[in-house]
Design a protein around this ligand. Structure first.
Ligand SMILES: Nc1ncnc2c1ncn2[C@@H]1O[C@H](COP(=O)(O)OP(=O)(O)OP(=O)(O)O)[C@@H](O)[C@H]1O
Ligand SMILES: [Mg+2]
Length: 846
């Protein structure tokens, strides 16, 4: 490295960038750097005069890097057959490079400028053996493990790779395709980042979001690895050319851009070579997943084009590595098929279980009127901790979400003489300013690849900051443990909700900000920055607050409203506790409200799948008997074993008492059976059915069935529809009824008894009961009989023709009276009369 005029270090990448800008050819620059080292003046001299000025003093009096690059062989020109990945790994040491003499790839050693020192460090720590001993064992085979350990330690500060990372790296080094399924925050990124450090080739990573790519590039730069991202969000149009010239170790691209860059990528595959195509967040490939992106499906072009059959200079197919934290069995199959991954693809499957996440579900209306109750604890947590930390911010009064006055402002006055408090309040003000008056009412969705603009598109390997600390892992958790301090993300389904809730939290004294796709980009960037540097306590966001956010100390993820799928939920909840410390994942949703799908253009098939996912999510929320973590990992095909997590609300509170639903189930299914019977058939032998015989039109219908039961069976007259929905869920789970509608919704609409159900109906009364735990909606319906009974009474009345007639008459009467009463004060009967009266009144005032 040399120093520039301002004294700052200039890396090889910088020199290349400058020289490319000067108009030199990339090949010549790389050849020159390979011979004279990364010194701008020497490289220019070499290229202009055809000779290196080894006699020149290094610019600025700086010494060259310890590895003497002048001894390296020059880069022979022309096409070359890409050698195996293991050859490239071996070729990154000086000795190997020398021994490999004329190999073209050696001239690209500057592409992995840090590898030499990584290896040297490892050699030193092993009492200075010969360099070969690092790469070769007693049988002369090179040792991938040692090499991985060396780069891992040097760049990331970790002592060893995890089991699944090792499996993925082994698959890569054996040129195999690989599908990595590992929990959120488990470290999937290292699986594709390490290959970039082990070879002189480039790793191309396909990622769905600019913010995600940006985050990762920034981190890589801190770890001393050059990276860039390409796509519509890339502000610097020179970066793409440089990336395609092999100037960055890791190139992040969005799927659309990969498709556009096929030809340049083929050239890159030839020289200096592509080590790996990594497809991150690969569940986006699948229509059955939660975040389908059509362009991801077209990535099959990678397997089709980058194989030795198509590209003759390749000895092996370039491996594909697909990674996700959330893919059901169905989605996995879809991924392998859609990407046309090799039939020898290794599937690396780890547990989806996150032992430090404490899952809870709470019933709430999830509207502004429930903020006070639902966020009391959160507000208290931050405000109390601020007080305890001696920073002086007073515990703020809670505010009514609808109230006009801001308690935040009142604190501003009272704490004006306290410096710390003022500083805190200033911060809170900054946070408050992040809540823009954005009054979007629509539902949000992923904003697409260019989700927010970024100021910088290339990330060169920085020298590690002085205070750079590697993260410490801790897995000690217990159910009674308190949470450490750390930020909270609240996910809400609507953009309007983000602003409303963030406003409320700010007024309650928290440093909170809203985040949704329609907000100004500068604001979104600011929220990201503030969130990452711990200036914000709470981000209230739609799902646009993206995937892969890797902030280690997020302590709480709150979902304020039901997510669209369990995949989405687990993905978002997985942003908590990436440091391994205890973290809370709380879902607030209404057990009484039927969840609906976000508006989106879907085929019938997609609508069916979307409802299925929403249904699974609703069942998760209503569950009262199975450990939450168990349900979640089971959803991804993992068997959790007999014990629960011992932390979630179900494990802590235990299930409710079992109930024998045999009688209710019998009545319900008899009515359903009667409904499915064709006209004129005898519904049932029971007297009550005979007496209440009615033509249901042959279509089973849940609502009609429940109205009928409430009307005809006095003992069920006071039951709530919500309760019967719960019973229908239980019967569906047991396989006694099934949904007959072509597109099943979340709440059963047209339930028909199955064969098993009919067998149950024909069983003797004294046979075994039908025991089950009531679900959360049933419990809620039972715990509020007053509201239920009044609605039941009202509903029941409508079924009676006489009551209906009276009510309708009463309603009309009421309506008439109401209209009359409105008219009374003015005495006018028409709008025209009212208008002329107003006009004459205003004239009189004038
Ligand atoms: N071998 C390791 N030892 C210790 N920590 C590791 C190791 N590998 C990765 N990590 C750490 O784990 C954290 C999460 O990594 P990463 O972002 O790659 O997770 P991920 O699996 O991609 O999660 P997500 O599914 O949310 O994208 C990072 O902070 C990373 O530094
Ligand atoms: Mg990731």
């Amino acid at each position: 490295m040399e120093a520039n005029s301002s004294g700052a270090d200039v890396s090889a990448d910088h020199i290349i960038a400058e020289l490319l800008d000067m108009g030199f050819e990339f090949d010549k620059i790389s050849e020159a750097i390979g011979i004279v080292g990364p010194c701008r003046a020497d490289v220019v001299e070499f290229m202009l005069n055809g000779s290196g000025s080894e006699q020149r003093k290094p610019a600025g009096g700086l010494q060259r890097r310890s590895s003497d690059r002048s001894t390296r062989p020059a880069n022979p020109r022309g096409n070359f057959k890409q050698s195996s990945i293991t050859d490239h790994i071996a070729s990154t040491t000086g000795s190997k490079m020398e021994s490999r003499g004329g190999e073209a790839s050696t001239s690209y050693s500057w592409l992995a400028p840090s590898i030499d020192t990584a290896v040297t460090a490892a050699v030193c720590s092993k009492s200075k053996p010969e360099p070969q001993t690092l790469l070769q064992n007693s049988r002369g085979e090179f040792d991938l493990n040692d090499k991985i350990s060396a780069v891992l330690k040097k760049h990331f500060g970790f002592s060893c790779v995890k089991g699944f990372q090792k499996e993925a790296l082994d698959a890569w080094s054996a040129h195999k395709d690989c599908l990595v399924l590992a929990a959120t925050g488990s470290g999937k990124s290292l699986c594709f980042q390490i290959p970039a450090l082990l070879t002189m080739k480039i790793v191309v990573v396909i990622s769905p979001l600019i913010s995600l790519m940006h985050d990762q590039c920034l981190k890589l730069a801190k770890h001393g690895i050059s990276a860039c991202f390409l796509g519509s969000g890339q502000p610097d149009n020179r970066v793409e050319g440089k990336a395609m010239a092999g100037m960055y170790k890791i190139v992040y691209v969005c799927p659309e851009t990969v498709l556009r860059l096929m030809e340049p990528l083929k050239k890159l595959a030839e020289k200096p070579g592509i080590a790996l195509f990594a497809i991150d967040e690969v569940h986006c490939v699948s229509k059955w997943g939660h975040d389908f992106r059509p362009d991801y499906r077209r990535l099959s072009v990678l397997r089709e084009n980058f194989c030795s059959r198509k590209l003759k200079f390749l000895e092996h197919d370039i491996p594909l590595m697909a990674l996700t934290a959330t893919a059901t069995l169905h989605v996995r199959e879809d991924i392998l098929k859609s990407l046309k991954m090799s039939e020898h693809t290794l599937v690396v499957l780890t547990s989806f279980f996150r032992p430090n996440l404490r899952f809870t579900v709470k019933h709430s209306k999830t509207s502004a009127s429930s903020y006070r109750e639902d966020f009391k604890e959160l507000i208290g947590t931050y405000n109390v901790s601020r007080n305890f930390s001696g920073k002086g911010q007073k515990i703020l009064h809670e505010v009514d979400p609808e109230s006009e006055s801001s308690s935040y402002e009142s604190v501003d006055d009272s704490a004006s003489d306290d410096e710390d408090a003022v500083a805190d309040i200033k911060k809170a003000k900054v946070a408050k300013s992040l809540v823009k008056e954005n009054t979007e009412h629509e539902l949000d969705q992923y904003p697409g690849v260019d989700d927010f603009d970024v100021s910088c598109g290339e990330f060169l390997e920085n020298s590690r900051p002085e205070n750079f600390a590697f993260p410490v892992q801790s897995h000690e958790t217990s159910s009674s443990e308190n949470l450490d301090q750390g930020p909270t993300i609240v996910y809400v389904p609507t953009r309007k909700g983000t602003v409303e809730l963030a406003n409320y939290l700010c007024k309650s004294g928290l440093k909170a900000a809203a985040y949704n796709a329609k907000m100004p980009r500068s604001h979104l960037r600011q929220v990201h920055e503030q969130f990452h540097c711990n200036a914000l306590e709470v981000v209230v966001a739609t799902i646009a607050f993206g995937m892969g956010i890797d902030k280690s100390n997020v302590r709480r993820i709150i979902h304020y409203g039901l997510p669209q799928s369990l995949e989405a939920y687990y993905q978002e909840a997985g942003r908590a506790g990436r440091d391994g410390k205890l973290s809370d994942c709380t879902l607030y949703c209404s057990f009484m409200r039927t969840p609906t799908l976000l508006p989106n253009k879907r085929s019938d098939e997609q609508t069916r799948a979307a409802y299925r996912m929403l249904l699974d999510c609703f069942h998760y929320a209503l569950n009262t008997s199975t450990c939450r973590a168990k349900i979640l990992v089971k959803y991804f095909g993992e068997d959790f074993g007999p014990d629960g997590c011992q932390m979630c609300d179900i494990c802590i509170n235990g299930p409710p008492q079992m109930h024998d639903f045999k009688e209710e189930a019998g009545v319900f299914m008899n009515v359903l059976q009667a409904q499915t019977a064709t006209e004129g058939m005898n519904y049932n032998s029971t007297d009550c059915y005979r007496s209440g015989r009615r033509n249901f039109g042959g279509v089973p219908d849940f609502r009609t069935a429940v109205s009928y039961i409430r009307e005809k069976f006095p003992r069920f007259a006071m039951t709530d529809k919500i309760w019967w929905q719960g019973l229908a869920r239980i019967l569906e789970d047991m396989g006694y009824i099934q949904e007959a509608a072509e597109i099943p919704r979340v709440i059963v609409q047209h339930p028909e008894p199955t064969r098993a159900g009919l067998n149950f109906l024909s069983s003797q009364p004294d046979e075994e009961g039908l025991h089950a735990h009531p679900d959360a909606a049933m419990l809620l319906a039972m715990s509020s009989p007053r509201s239920a009974s009044s609605s039941v009474e009202w509903g029941r009345g409508w079924a009676d023709p006489e009551i209906r007639r009276q009510r309708l008459a009463g309603k009309t009467g009421r309506r008439k009276r109401k209209r009359g009463s409105r008219k009374q004060p003015t005495g006018f009967t028409t709008a025209k009369e009212r208008l002329s009266a107003i006009l004459s009144k205003s004239k009189r005032r004038r």
